[in-house]
Design a protein around this ligand. Structure first.
Ligand code: NAD
Ligand code: UDP
Ligand code: UDP
Length: 312
């Protein structure tokens, strides 16, 4: 598995930076491509100067030529406030970005992995979500640029596979958290920890009874690398996440407890199309990747809180 040349788009982002680090550690050469919309050089500063590491400032909406063996396509803003900031650009990034990475993979005969999302299930009627569920997605709401962008990218991946015999993998990533999350990205884990550490009110949207499943970033990265290196006839889509399911209110209380904060919980309106429940069925990942998440919520939150303390 060593000594491959690997392109990671969105490599200076939260998940991407951990992935670059993992790949370098196992002896691969890494091309980290990013336009720094939500990522930053700070996330990969510790990797700059490593002989196997290269940084490329580039936007995936534009074509790119390079020679690589594998491509992890992670470039795309992932938090609702970031992907809704310029929704047209989000769709372009998802769809044209995927197309360019598929074109590149086709030309150089690389394997390409798409970072898809549990958002393709929308506000799901089937619980927990299995890969064969087609989802319940609003095609023209505030979240559609992201949800439909990712769904179209999946369609492109499967069409390149069927039409051109391209080697590809589709990972459906469920809510992932950990160090190097953007402190202002508005996602629930980063928001609650920042609020708790700065003594602000903890903002629970809606009644807080909606659920999510939270996967620690190290577990997710391990799964992405395992998926990339499965035999060519396994393409997914495969759910990657931690099946532990918590209400947002439980998360708020856990963060308050672990930070020892005096912050109080306040309630704010629920954003449009906010899914009521979400939990991955990870039987397929267990079977095909021989993988299960290892880090439980309390331990992962402790590590994330330690990171956020260093930012202050
Ligand atoms: P992130 O915002 O930290 O990372 C995304 C990276 O992509 C950033 O570095 C950003 O600057 C870069 N980027 C955005 N648009 C780009 C463009 N047009 N060209 C080049 N680079 C661009 O988010 P993340 O949480 O690390 O997410 C990484 C990937 O995983 C995304 O594709 C996201 O949709 C997917 N995902 C994440 C989660 C999660 O919970 N974190 C869940 C499901 C899917
Ligand atoms: N592409 C790229 N790098 C490459 C090869 C292709 O960025 O090394 C882009 C190309 O510009 C196109 C997309 O990938 O926009 C799809 O390429 P493909 O060859 O599949 O389709 P075509 O160029 O025929 O539209
Ligand atoms: N949420 C919340 N308070 C916040 C941020 C988010 O209650 O300060 C809720 C949000 O409404 C959603 C859940 O937490 O129900 C997860 O939100 P996030 O944006 O992290 O991810 P996604 O909705 O994309 O799963």
């Amino acid at each position: 598995m060593a000594n491959k040349r690997i392109l990671v788009t969105g490599g200076a982002g939260f998940i991407g930076s951990h992935l670059c680090q993992y790949l370098l550690k196992q002896g691969d050469e890494v091309l980290c491509l990013d336009n720094y919309f939500t990522g930053s050089k700070e996330n990969v500063r510790h990797l700059i100067g490593h002989p196997g590491f290269e940084l490329i400032r580039h936007d995936v909406v534009e074509p790119i030529l390079c020679e690589v063996d594998q491509i992890y396509n992670l470039a795309c803003p992932a938090s609702p406030i970031h992907y809704q900031y310029n929704p047209i650009k989000t769709t372009k990034t998802s769809v044209i970005g995927a197309l360019n990475m598929l074109g590149l993979a086709k030309r150089v005969k690389a394997t390409v992995l798409q970072a898809s999302t549990s958002e393709v299930y929308g506000d799901p009627f089937v619980h927990p979500q299995r890969e064969d569920y087609w989802g319940n997605v609003n095609p023209n709401g505030l979240r559609s640029c992201y949800d439909e962008g990712k769904r179209c990218a999946e369609a492109l991946f499967f069409d390149y596979h069927r039409q051109h015999g391209l080697n590809m993998k589709v990972a459906r990533i469920f809510n992932t958290y950990g160090p190097r999350m953007h402190p202002q990205d508005g996602r629930v884990v980063s928001n609650f920890i920042m609020q708790a550490l700065t003594g602000q009110n903890i903002t629970v949207y809606g009644n807080g009874l909606q659920t999510r499943s939270f996967c620690y970033v190290d577990d997710l990265v391990e799964a992405l690398v395992r998926l990339m290196n499965t035999p060519d006839d396994f393409v997914g889509p495969v759910n990657l996440g931690n099946p532990g399911e918590f209400t947002i209110l439980e998360l708020a209380n856990k963060v308050i407890e672990l930070t020892g904060s005096q912050s109080k919980i306040i309630y704010k309106p629920l954003p449009q199309d906010d899914p009521v429940q979400r939990r991955p069925d990870i039987s397929l990942a267990k079977e095909k990747l021989n993988w299960s998440p290892f880090v439980q919520l309390e331990e992962g939150l402790k590590r994330t809180i330690t990171y956020f303390k260093t930012l202050r």
